[in-house]
Design a protein around this ligand. Structure first.
Ligand SMILES: [Zn+2]
Length: 293
């Protein structure tokens, strides 16, 4: 099982681990313990790599949102943290996070960069048994991980999923945004496995980003979970969140041309707008807050 990953120190005590042109994870190291933000699609033995990186300090795990490419290797850990809303979507181990489904996702990087070669093989993606489900600690907005000498605060930013979380590091002012902002934003694109749940509206997604933007963090230190519009080891543009907010405002004002787009890797079609240099995928029926009857 593979135990080496592309890894860059991006801040004092902060490492970006990349899953071979796929998803990025972060390790934030304090004096007492470390926080691992996300677990990727689940290639290789991330736990062994992260433990080596922080020389055996205890590691807490925070999953920014309950998608297969962020929770893929979560079952390597006994316990993980996730927002209550995203925990309600469904358990970590389910059809979406099966080996076949994660492998399908991971193959995308092979198709995107056909001239590159990667060290992983299909055997480096485990099939987790249902009883390997990690204990999920339901984490609320404002929760603080005290790592010793630095605190990491969770901020609920619903939209991409109902319970997407961003994390702000007190020491560097860096913010780890998962998939809640960027040049390419998916809002409630994937169906929720829990039939009782619904995605938030685009209005609520916009309000969540406005709230995040009002908070105290360093605009030059915005680290997302994908490297498709951001170079490995680099921050997103410092204007990305206001641009995302403006793009949503434009859509809500009815000033955009909406196209339909197929997403083969998800087997679904979405509504799609490009405005303000931002690409937003969504479903038209989630635009506005549902009226109270
Ligand atoms: Zn996602």
């Amino acid at each position: 099982m593979l135990t080496e990953y592309p890894c860059k120190k991006v801040e004092e005590g902060v490492y970006e681990i990349n899953e071979f042109d796929g998803v990025s994870m972060y390790v934030i190291e304090g004096n007492e313990k470390a926080l691992l933000v996300d677990t990727g699609a689940g290639i290789g033995d991330l736990k062994t790599f992260a433990e080596r990186l922080v020389k055996g300090k205890p590691i807490e795990v925070m999953i920014t949102h309950n998608h297969r490419d962020h929770a893929g290797n979560a079952p390597l850990f006994k316990q993980i943290h996730m927002s209550a809303a995203d925990a309600d979507i469904g358990p970590i181990i389910r059809p979406w996070t099966s080996k076949a489904s994660r492998l399908r996702f991971a193959r995308r990087s092979l198709e995107t960069f056909p001239d590159r070669s990667y060290p992983w093989s299909e055997n480096d993606i485990r099939e987790f048994a249902p009883d390997q489900e990690p204990e999920v600690k339901r984490t609320e907005d404002g929760h603080i991980f005290d790592l010793g000498g630095r605190q990491v605060r969770c901020v609920l930013v619903p939209g991409h999923t109902p319970g997407s979380m961003a994390m702000i590091d007190s020491l560097t002012g860096a913010v780890f945004t998962g998939d809640c902002c960027g040049q390419n934003v998916g809002l409630g694109v994937r169906p929720l496995e829990n039939p009782e749940m619904d995605h938030v509206s685009m209005e609520e997604a916009r309000d969540g980003l406005i709230r995040l933007w009002s908070m105290d963090f360093d605009r030059k230190r915005i680290y997302s979970a994908h490297t498709d519009y951001r170079r490995f080891g680099h921050s997103l543009g410092e204007d990305i969140i206001p641009r995302d907010i403006r793009a949503m405002e434009m859509i809500l004002a009815g000033r955009c041309r909406v196209e339909t787009e197929e997403i083969p890797v998800l087997d679904l079609s979405v509504d799609h707008v490009v405005t303000e240099g931002i690409s937003i995928q969504f479903h038209l029926d989630h635009l506005f807050r549902k009226r109270q009857v």
